[in-house]
Design a protein around this ligand. Sequence first.
Ligand SMILES: [Fe+2]
Length: 338
Amino acid sequence: MKTSYVLAAGATAFGLSLLAFSTSASAQVADSLTIYNAQHEGLTKEWAQAFTEETGVVVTIRNGSDLEFANQIVQEGANSPADVFLTENSPAMALVDGKSLFEPIAQDTLDQVPGQFRPVNGHWVGVAARSTVFAYDKTKLTEDKLPKSMLDLATPEWKGRWAASPSGADFQAIVGALLQLKGEAATAEWLKGMKTNFTAYRGNSTAMKAVNAGQTEGALIYHYYYFGDQAKTGENSKNVALHYFKNEDPGAFVSISGGGILASSKHKPQAQAFLKWLTGKGGQKVLRDGTSFEYAVGKDEASNKALVPLSDLKAPKVEPSTLNNAKVTDMMTAAGLL
Ligand SMILES: [Fe+2]
């Protein structure tokens, strides 16, 4: 069973004795925090270490994926051991919020994040952001041969020429944005064209690798997969360049990674302190100087210098709290994509 506090500490063999210890040592428990983490593991580890160093609050991280954890939180209800939920994208946050399982975020935390990076209701908050891109084979395609809009990828011109990872929360968030921006009929039509035209890969890194290896001409992914690889050896992206659709195109969608506090949390002050830190100087500095290459979203907080500035991306306006993942997966299933 994945839900026990002791299992989270990775001490299954000594579970009972440790459980007894942690419930009696109340000071230790009061200064701890459990995160259900669907963000990239490396990033949340960097965040948690820096936060613990500054505050002394011990952080336990359990790793999983956006929708897997969202559904688990709904199942667990009031018994969830999670204090904080961190996601890669907004739809999983919207799912949990739809069941009224979030504690409102403190106003001084919300005030640190501009309105476009958080839901209007303040039940969770954006902690980082990522841009949709068309990662293309620069040895085959030049600027003038690139799609002007993400919608072009569903036209006959692009048959058999591009890739994506449809099973991932990253891609499903993009489809969610398309649905909000263009409506159901246009989205169904696009998904139908996608099914005809694209090749499925499991994971965005794998899709980018396929572009790099000349197996496909482009992939619809997020920007940081490229920058992360470039910062290492660049071996999976040396033939790759990024195309930003801009122009408020659905393909210029900027997805918000969310942070929320569970209404059932027994450590609300620590959870509030963590999200305040995450959206403030400390957490945003990790985005700027670390190796995640995700965008900072804090007011007046700069992103990593290697990135195209967020303000230049001309992203479409999308309300994160109404991104509807259930509808998206239904439509993708109907189109034969899942
Ligand atoms: Fe990702």
